[in-house]
Design a protein around this ligand. Sequence first.
Ligand code: ATP
Length: 428
Amino acid sequence: MEKITSLCKRRGFIFQSSEIYGGLSNSWDYGPLGVELKRNVKNAWWKAVVQRRDDMVGLDAAILMHPKTWEASGHTGSFADILVDCKKCKRRFRKDKIGDTCPDCGSKDFTEGRAFNLMLKTYLGPVEDASALSYLRPETAQGIFVNFTNVLNTARKKLPFGIAQIGKSFRNEVTPGNFTFRTREFEQMEIEYFVDPKDADKFYNYWVEERFNWYLNLGISKKNLRKREHEKDELAHYAKFCTDVEYNFPFGWSELEGIANRADFDLRQHAQFSGQKLTVPDLKENDGYPYIIEPSGGVDRSVLAFLVDAYFEEEVKGETRAVLKLHSDLAPVKVAVLPLLKKNDKIVELAHKIKEDLQKCMVSVYDDTAAIGKLYRRQDEVGTPLCVTVDVQSLEDKQVTVRDRDTMKQDRISVDKLKDYIFNKLYK
Ligand code: ATP
């Protein structure tokens, strides 16, 4: 993890929040390369679950919602961690994370557990009284449930269909940590998939596979990814089944995403609290309430897993090269164009021209601030799949050298075929 955090800072992926003031712990800012990577992760998800499907639509609901939402969802009542204090070393822990032994001092003597609500409170408007009390949403899901009828009526979908959303969520976590893995402000990618209750098991299994494979298709290695089905006593009271997709982080197997069968809990609750009808007209069973399958993942956790999984150190000609073997859909920069001689105006001009042409369709950069070996190493370290080098010969034969990040193999390609070649390499 230290290597990843140091790379993230050094190369502009992730910075500590408000660093000039000493930093706010467990709060992180995505730098120039990090914002590209994160955006690519979100785009890959959005394409897979919304744009390439006919049974899914998107939504972007507000972070601030009517406070009644959180009563109906159960968050004001029971969205809490149980905290215990170790009587010997006085440290505070989440009871569910430590079992019966203090991880710091080994004592088994704890205080009684106390519930701590994880929702972040705020006040809307100038007066800080109970009527102005509001919450920063602790999950994006509720924005989907309260818009269920709006979407049903406007998108005219029939069961089974789903609504997807990406957005910020906030939880006043008691034990944040492990870099961006657990923070108080984070981004979620959530799907609520509405089905006929009799099809719920089928679609639950379908989404577990679908989501597991999404990570594999984007390059996570199979040995580092697993599914873990929740035991009955781990399940939320309304959930019928839940499976976590877990990644083998340097700090241990940890959840990237949970896929749950939430039954009809959410729509029934919101119907009851709002007095509105939240049913599907052509569903005859279960009073018209569909069941909901919810794949709920974290953007920041995915980004971290993709970074960790892509990081390799390799021995090349007696030197160590650090390389991020990111999937080309995720790589922040797709192509770097590098002039072999920066003092030669013609080479520089051609390199700029090639870069500008590539920039119209993919993130491409120009760099001449070091010798070629160093430029390659820099691009390897941030995961750029291809480097295009322009040399003296290029001016005569109109060919350039394309170097592959993973194999380090070089091909000589004519400039007018370069775009085709690159597209084939990146998106075949
Ligand atoms: P955990 O048990 O790790 O606290 P959870 O089971 O409470 O997570 P969910 O409520 O299922 O998490 O949230 C869905 C997803 O949102 C998680 O799989 C995770 O990727 C992401 N997520 C939840 N809490 C955080 C957090 N504090 N920081 C970063 N991502 C989070």
